[in-house]
Design a protein around this ligand. Structure first.
Ligand SMILES: [Ca+2]
Ligand SMILES: [Ca+2]
Length: 192
């Protein structure tokens, strides 16, 4: 099997459980959420980018990767609104913490970036079995001057997971092989 089985890291904490019941108004996070979400009470990619940039999540002085924000919203958008509601936002918090801990465990010198080899090791530890060629292509795509920042790392993790899930759904025999029609292939790739 070329990819992590049985749900991969999405079966970790924060996934699968029913979103917290009760009244969101009583949740201390709710005011913070509303402050980011603005009038419509939903967080879109621009709002999420602003929030994560202000929280210093991108490291350095650049804004948080907007592509990563879009990917994260799409990943957690259970009610298909295209934006992030309160429960989805809380799930994101859990996922972000997991990625951050994972990222920092590879960032030995605490520079806020990891190198290509470390990214490849991280992907391996998530269960992805990829050829050196595939790993090199990923590293090239997500690094800047050989270094990978946290937000680029997230973009990479979310995308490889989403594409793997899409592939796995079509790989009914679980053999790591699928026949794609051109139009279907484009739909899969372009919607992520
Ligand atoms: Ca909003
Ligand atoms: Ca939503």
């Amino acid at each position: 099997m070329a990819y992590p089985g049985g749900g991969g890291y999405c079966s970790g904490p924060g996934y699968g459980g029913a979103p917290g019941g009760g009244y969101p108004q009583q949740d201390p996070m709710y005011a913070y959420f509303l402050n980011i979400a603005g009038q419509d009470g939903q967080i879109d990619a621009d709002e999420l980018q602003r929030c994560l940039t202000q929280a210093g999540m991108a490291g350095g002085y650049k804004p948080f990767n907007l592509e990563a924000c879009k990917l994260m919203i799409a990943m957690l958008d259970r009610d298909m609104t295209g934006k992030m509601g309160f429960n989805e936002f809380k799930e994101l918090g859990v996922a972000l913490n997991g990625w951050r801990q994972n990222f920092m465990s590879y960032d030995a010198d605490r520079s806020g970036t990891i190198d290509g080899m470390e990214l490849q090791r991280a992907l391996g530890s998530m269960g992805y079995r990829l050829s050196p060629q595939a790993l090199n292509a990923i590293t090239k795509r997500y690094s800047t001057h050989g270094r990978i920042t946290f937000d680029d790392y997230i973009a990479c993790c979310v995308k490889i997971r989403a594409l793997t899930d899409t592939f796995r759904r079509r790989d009914t025999a679980q053999q790591g092989m699928v026949n794609f029609m051109y139009d279907d292939f484009i739909q899969c790739i372009m919607s992520i």
